[in-house]
Write a protein that binds this ligand. Structure first.
Ligand code: SLL
Length: 258
């Protein structure tokens, strides 16, 4: 119906998503069974709903996003055969084996009813455990095996402004599973105890609304400390300008040397 193609002005509606990857080290036996024994890891890159399913060891993915996402295209490194991988139905993910980290372009194509351009995001495939310093320090494989799976996920929100009426109807008829307030699962190691590889065991990260609150607090703290710094430097500047003025006056009063 033509009235469906009317934009609902002043309305914004969003859908929370996550994108990122999980990686595990292959055992010697698994490596030998591969066509390319130089591959060291198995990984999965995915676009999922932000909330995690209650009874599964998976990051995100409680909701099926295919009611508004038509296709997700993952552009892998050129060392992979057919590096452009189109996924037209859920789960929107690609699993592969490999030896190296690289940037993956993720293009999210929405259903035609959205009337929106595809969304492009980038994810750096992460294979090696997180370290305290964030330095790219690659531990030996036996250490990495002990540390358990590596997770690297980004939370994001796809926001629709002035959505078309029919698209809005589609969105509102698919309610979102909300994030739990706090973690129901063991804390992931890179948040629990940075630097300790041991701390990673049994931790599947989970996005929570508490994390959002904590992030807001971190931003506010950073904003405050920038204001404090700004004030400190402004005081120093005023002080120096006064000193300059004084010196200029002194210089003007000093008889010129011939
Ligand atoms: C690096 N710039 O040097 C990166 C490149 C390439 C990753 C990483 C295996 C591909 C294949 C693979 O892991 N490629 O053999 O199919 O670290």
């Amino acid at each position: 119906m033509a009235s469906d193609r009317v934009r609902v002005r002043g309305v914004s509606i969003y859908r929370p998503i996550i994108y990122g990857n999980t990686a595990t080290v292959l055992t010697q036996k698994e490596r030998e069974a591969l066509p390319s024994p130089d591959h060291t890891h198995r990984w999965t890159v995915a676009v999922r709903s932000a909330a995690s399913p209650e009874n599964a060891d998976q990051v995100g993915g409680a909701d099926d996003l295919s009611y508004f996402i038509k296709r997700v295209t993952f552009k892998l490194h050129d060392t992979y055969p057919n590096p452009t991988r189109n996924v037209d139905k859920p789960p929107f993910e690609v699993s592969e084996t490999g030896w190296g980290e690289f940037d993956i372009q993720i293009r999210i194509t929405l259903i035609p009813e959205a009337g929106e351009k595809a969304i492009i995001v980038y994810h750096h495939l992460k294979l090696h455990p997180w370290t305290a310093t964030g330095e790219p320090e690659i531990p030996p494989l036996d250490v990495a095996i002990k540390a358990g799976p590596v997770h690297s996920w980004q939370y994001d929100e796809i926001v629709f402004h002035d959505p078309y009426q029919n698209f809005l109807n589609i969105l509102t008829s698919h309610p979102v599973t909300h994030l739990p307030k706090t973690k129901r699962k063991p804390v992931p190691f890179h948040l629990a105890n940075p630097g300790s590889l041991e701390a990673s065991k049994g931790g599947v990260p989970e996005f929570t609304s508490l994390m959002e609150k904590e992030e807001a607090e971190r931003l506010e703290e950073a904003r405050q400390s920038i204001i404090t710094e700004q004030e400190r430097w402004r005081a120093i500047l005023i002080e120096k300008e006064k000193e300059l003025e004084k010196l200029q006056k002194q210089l003007a009063a000093t008889p010129q040397q011939p």
